[in-house]
Design a protein around this ligand. Structure first.
Ligand code: ADP
Ligand code: ZN
Length: 520
C-alpha cells in the first residue's frame, strides 16, 4: 500500500487504518485507472476519492446531485484543512467567480459540482483550463432510469471520459443490484473500470417486519415508545401521510419533525439541521430525505408504508447505525399497502415496460415481507451475496415464525371472492366468510351463499392475514377503480382446484387490543 496515502489518512482524516477495500480503491486511482465502487451507506465511500484527489496533481472534481448537502461536505473538509469548495446554483456570482479563480490557480484540492452546472459550456471550458486530479461521480445510480433517483443529466456525464480520457474516474453508489450495476457501467462508459463490491451486510442492524392494523400509527407509537431519546427516521409514502404522522407523534410527546419536498426550503433545512444537531429527533419523511445524510447515531429507520423496492428499502435502512452500534430497521405493512402501491404503479404515466419492472420489484419486496427465512440472508441474496448461516439478528431468526397449511383457508377465501361476484373488498368478504351479519351482507343477499359462515374458525385478523398473503402471492388482485374489489387471477386456479398446497405465515396475536369485532 502507498505509504503517502496511509500517512494522509492518519494525519488529515484521523483514521488509524483503511476500511474494507478503501486501500485498493485509492491505489487503483493513484495508478490512473477507473473504478466503480459499490459500498453500502456508511461504508466510507468519500475517502475513496478524497484521498487520491489530495495525492494526485490537480483538483478532484466531485459530481454530486445533492446541492443541499454540498456545503456540509465542504465545511467538513475545510475543518480537516482540505482546500474544498463547491459550485452550484446557490452561490452568488462573486463567490462563484472566486471559486473559479482558485481552481485555475491550483488552490483547490476538491471541488463539488452539481451535474447540471458541470455540463454547461462555461464550466466545461473552465475545467479545460484547470489541472484535474480525477472525476468522482457520487450517487452514480442516479444514471439509472429505473431507480427512484433518476437524474437525466447523469446520462451526459460520458462527456468527462470523451473530453478528458486520461483523467481517472470513480463512480460510487450504495445501490448494488446487478441490473443497476450494469446500467451504471454502460451509461457512464465504465465497462473497463475495476469494480469494487463491498459486503453489503450491516450486521448491527436488526431487521423486523410487522403486520399493520389500520394506518399503522399505533404500532409505530409502541415501537417509538420504547426508544425515547433516540434519533431515528420514519419513512412514509406520501407528503400527507408524513404531515399526519408527524402531528400524531408530536401529540404523543415525541420530538418529531416532518420532511418532504412540499415543505418550504427553509423549513426543510431547519428540520434537517435539528435532526443532525439535536439528540433524539425523529424525522418523519418521504424518501426525499436521507440521501447523503451523514449522521452516525441514527438508532432506527422505520417504514410505516411499504417501500417500493428492496434496493430502496436497503438503502433507506442503511442510514441506521452507521456508527456500528446496534440499530433497528423496522417495517410495518398490510394489505392496504400492496393495493396502494399497485395502484400508484398502474396509474402512473410510465411506459408499460417500466410499470412491469416496478411491479416485479414490488413482488420481490412482498416476497421478502412474507418470507419466513432469515431476513439478512434474503436481503443479501438479492444483492448477489451470500450469508453463511442464519444471522440471529432479525425477527425471523429471533422469533421463528410459524407457518400453517393454509390451503383450505385459501380455497374458502378464493371461492368466497368468486361467489360474491368479485366486486367487494376484503372487509366484506371476511364478514361473509365469518358469518357476520351486516347491512351489506343482507342487502346483497350474501347470507344465503354457499360460502356464508364457512370460515368461522378463523378470526377477522387471521383472515386479513390470509387475504394479504393471497394478494402478495398474486392469487388475488385488487381493482382500485372499484373500491379495491378483489378478483381472482389465473394463478388462483390450481389452489382452487386443490392441485396446489399453500403454506402461510401465522399472524402473531395482536398485543393489548381486542379485535374490532371481538373473537369469533
Ligand atoms: P458513505 O458515503 O459510504 O455513506 P462516508 O464516506 O460518509 O460513507 O463514511 C461514513 C463514516 O465512516 C464517516 O463518519 C467516516 O468518517 C467514517 N469512515 C470512513 N472511512 C473510515 C476509516 N477508514 N476508518 C474509520 N472511519 C471511517
Ligand atoms: Zn436472520
Amino acid at each position: 500500500m502507498n505509504d503517502r496515502a496511509l500517512d494522509l489518512l492518519r494525519s488529515t482524516f484521523g483514521h488509524p487504518g483503511f476500511r474494507g477495500e478503501q486501500a485498493e480503491i485509492v491505489d487503483c486511482l493513484l495508478r490512473g485507472d477507473d473504478a466503480l465502487v459499490l459500498m453500502p451507506t456508511g461504508g466510507g465511500k468519500s475517502l475513496c476519492y478524497q484521498l487520491p484527489a489530495l495525492l494526485r496533481e490537480g483538483c478532484g472534481i466531485v459530481v454530486s446531485p445533492l446541492i443541499a448537502l454540498m456545503q456540509d461536505q465542504v465545511d467538513a473538509l475545510l475543518q480537516l484543512g482540505v482546500r474544498a469548495a463547491c459550485l452550484n446554483s446557490t452561490l452568488d456570482a462573486a463567490t462563484a467567480a472566486d471559486v473559479e479563480r482558485r481552481l485555475l490557480a491550483g488552490d483547490l484540492d476538491l471541488l463539488y459540482v452539481a451535474p447540471e452546472r458541470l455540463l454547461t459550456g462555461r464550466c466545461l471550458d473552465l475545467l479545460d483550463r484547470a489541472p484535474i486530479a480525477l472525476f468522482a461521480i457520487d450517487e452514480a445510480h442516479c444514471v439509472s432510469q429505473w431507480g427512484h433517483d433518476f437524474r437525466p443529466e447523469y446520462r451526459q456525464l460520458t462527456v468527462l471520459h470523451e473530453r478528458w480520457p486520461e483523467v481517472p474516474r470513480i463512480a460510487l453508489t450504495a445501490t448494488a443490484d446487478a441490473p443497476t450495476r450494469r446500467e451504471i457501467a454502460e451509461r457512464l462508459a465504465l465497462e473497463e473500470a475495476r469494480t469494487f463490491v463491498s459486503s453489503f451486510d450491516r450486521p448491527n442492524i436488526r431487521y423486523r417486519v410487522v403486520q399493520k392494523d389500520g394506518s399503522g400509527a399505533r404500532a409505530l407509537l409502541n415501537f417509538l415508545g420504547d426508544r425515547r431519546g433516540e434519533s431515528g427516521i420514519v419513512y412514509a409514502l406520501s407528503r400527507k401521510r408524513v404531515d399526519t404522522l408527524a402531528d400524531q407523534l408530536a401529540t404523543a410527546g415525541i420530538k418529531a419533525l416532518p420532511y418532504h419536498a412540499g415543505l418550504p426550503g427553509e423549513t426543510r433545512a431547519a428540520n434537517q439541521r435539528r435532526f443532525l444537531q439535536e439528540d433524539g429527533v425523529v424525522m418523519v419523511a418521504t424518501i426525499a430525505f436521507g440521501m447523503g445524510i451523514d449522521k452516525p447515531d441514527v438508532r432506527f429507520v422505520t417504514h410505516v408504508d411499504l417501500p417500493k423496492s428492496i434496493e430502496g428499502y436497503y438503502q433507506e435502512t442503511g442510514r441506521a447505525g452507521r456508527d456500528g452500534a446496534p440499530a433497528e430497521a423496522w417495517m410495518s405493512y398490510g394489505l392496504g399497502d400492496v393495493v396502494n402501491l399497485r395502484q400508484m404503479i398502474g396509474q402512473g404515466d410510465a411506459p408499460e415496460e417500466r410499470k412491469q419492472l416496478e411491479l416485479r420489484k414490488l413482488d420481490a419486496l412482498l416476497g421478502y415481507c412474507e418470507s419466513t427465512r432469515c431476513r439478512r440472508q434474503a436481503l443479501l441474496d438479492w444483492f448477489g451475496e451470500s450469508h453463511a448461516g442464519a444471522c440471529g439478528n432479525c425477527d425471523n431468526c429471533l422469533e421463528p415464525p410459524q407457518t400453517w397449511d393454509a390451503t383450505d383457508a385459501a380455497r374458502k377465501a378464493l371461492s368466497c371472492v368468486y361467489r360474491t361476484g368479485q366486486r367487494f373488498g376484503a372487509g366484506h368478504v371476511i364478514d361473509v366468510l365469518r358469518g357476520v351479519s351486516t347491512e351489506k351482507t343482507q342487502r346483497f343477499g350474501h347470507e344465503s351463499l354457499s360460502t356464508w359462515a364457512i370460515g368461522a374458525d378463523l378470526d377477522a385478523r387471521q383472515w386479513s392475514g390470509v387475504f394479504r398473503q393471497l394478494v402478495a402471492f398474486g392469487l388475488l388482485e385488487a381493482d382500485v377503480e372499484r373500491h379495491n374489489a378483489l378478483r381472482l387471477t389465473t394463478q388462483a386456479g390450481p389452489v382452487l382446484r386443490g392441485e396446489q398446497r399453500l403454506a402461510m405465515r401465522r399472524e402473531l396475536p395482536r398485543s393489548g387490543r381486542k379485535d374490532r369485532r371481538g373473537a369469533a
